[in-house]
Design a protein around this ligand. Structure first.
Ligand code: AMP
Ligand code: GLY
Length: 426
């Protein structure tokens, strides 16, 4: 068995979950996380390197005989990290820059779906030069109106507006730089009504893929899905409505045309595809593509992946998944995120995190934590630590995660008490 030296890029809860899984593989040799957080040091060695510093990463790869780079967040992918290392022997798990446009440009993603007849909301794209056409198009739609900045906008680029005049005004503002260059093009699309879920696929770019466990995340800060959007307050896997019939449709109508479309268009893509789906009366439609794993979905997807992740990542990055298995653990997994008081607005950092940091019944995935000068664990971000637990069902798993977070203390700790509740009575 050959071991691989691995460098994982990123610093959030998602990377903690990837690191946890990578560290369990007998295939993992030396393992580094750049920059990592106060929890990832348990799984490997944290390295002070920015995921966007490709030259620095190149030097680190050479100096430490890294065999494979695993990219956690989208920014390096959209910036072209795959292409940067294309002529080097190091494997990179992820899409080329052209493939990363599935997330980096909503206009590109919508056109791609149109070319491959993949079900998604009807849309049109506008720029400052076609503002008047955009306003006229809004008049043909029924509210609410969905306006999306074309480019990356740190999860903030989507506006859903009930009033027509307000939508026209927002279109004008977006096109005149509300989200900087990201909203120089705006996609306006039909509003879809339904319940969302996240489907993750690992593809080798040659037509083969594996479907990972399906998850549902909880994005809003407030219970009952109210208040501002966050980076994610919790997640559940599996998702009861994503049953065999639904997933057969997803595979036939969305996954296969996506994987085959990328190949047919000559777009190099050896990594994760994240399908943000909505269930419209039993019919899956694509809300968005992302080119990475989800956060906090990864904190339940990795625990439910029963097969070796390093085997899968290496096979995908080499372009031949072959018969590498991706078995699913039948148990339910839930994760609940403990966040800083005030998040997603302003919040304090550097607050000591104390309590039981090693609960037996749950896995703590650190997100916004770090070590202070004295080596104490302190908060370093809005989302601080996620507690993931297994159970026979959602309620059972949740009880363990809530108990684990109860035993954890930092000033201002907040968490949502209703994670998964909408799925329990379906
Ligand atoms: P996105 O950044 O594309 O994920 O959009 C953010 C959120 O806006 C999604 O998770 C959905 O909840 C919502 N959304 C986006 N597009 C639509 C749509 N066409 N219809 C209804 N909701 C949408
Ligand atoms: N949980 C949604 C995302 O990672 O974009």
């Amino acid at each position: 068995m050959t071991k691989l030296n691995i460098l994982l890029l990123g610093s959030g809860g998602r990377e903690s979950a990837l690191a946890w899984k990578i560290s369990q593989s007998p295939r993992t040799g030396k393992f580094y996380i750049a920059p990592g957080n106060g929890g990832t040091e348990r799984y490997g060695v944290n390295v002070e390197l920015s995921p966007l510093d490709f030259d620095g990463i190149g030097r680190f790869v050479a100096d430490n005989s890294i065999d494979m780079i695993v990219v956690g967040n989208e920014d390096p992918l959209v910036a072209g990290i795959y292409d940067h290392f294309a002529d080097s022997p190091v494997l990179v798990v992820g899409p080329s820059k052209a493939g990363a446009a599935l997330e980096g440009s909503k206009d590109f993603a919508k056109h791609f779906m149109e070319r491959h007849a993949i079900p998604t909301a009807r849309y049109r794209s506008f720029t400052a030069a076609t503002l008047a056409d955009g306003k006229a198009f809004l008049e043909t739609l029924r509210p609410p109106y969905v306006l999306k900045a074309d480019g990356l906008a740190a999860g903030k680029g989507v506006l859903i507006i009930n009033d027509l005049d307000e939508a026209k005004a927002s279109l004008e503002e977006m096109l005149s730089g509300m989200f900087g260059a990201s909203s120089a093009t705006v996609v306006i699309e039909e509003f879809l009504s339904g319940i969302e879920c996240s489907v993750f696929v690992l593809t080798d770019g040659n037509g083969s893929y594996r479907i990972l466990p399906v998850a549902k995340d909880y994005k809003r800060i407030g219970e009952g899905d109210t208040g501002l959007n966050t980076g994610g307050m919790g997640a559940v896997s599996p998702v009861p409505f994503a049953d065999k019939e639904f997933m057969d449709k997803v595979e036939r109508r969305i996954i296969r045309p996506t994987v085959e479309g990328l190949k047919a268009e000559g777009i190099v893509y050896r990594g994760f595809i994240f399908l943000g789906l909505i269930n419209v009366g039993g019919e899956p439609m694509v809300i968005e593509y992302n080119v990475r794993m989800g956060d906090p979905e990864t904190e339940v997807v990795m625990p439910r992946l029963a097969s070796d992740l390093v085997d899968l990542l290496e096979a995908a990055a080499r372009g031949d998944l072959g018969d590498t298995p991706a078995d699913h653990d039948p148990r339910t997994a839930v994760t609940v995120m403990a966040v800083s008081g005030g998040y997603p607005g302003s919040y304090a950092k550097g607050l000591p995190v104390t309590g039981n940091l090693d609960p037996g019944q749950s896995i703590l995935f650190h997100a916004g934590t770090t070590r202070d000068a004295d080596g104490r664990l302190v908060t370093a971000g809005g989302r601080v630590i996620a507690a993931t637990s297994y159970g026979a069902g959602i309620a059972d798993a949740l009880a363990k995660s809530y108990a684990a977070l109860e035993d954890l203390a930092f000033a201002g700790k907040y968490l949502r008490r209703d994670i998964g509740r909408d799925l329990m009575n379906l």
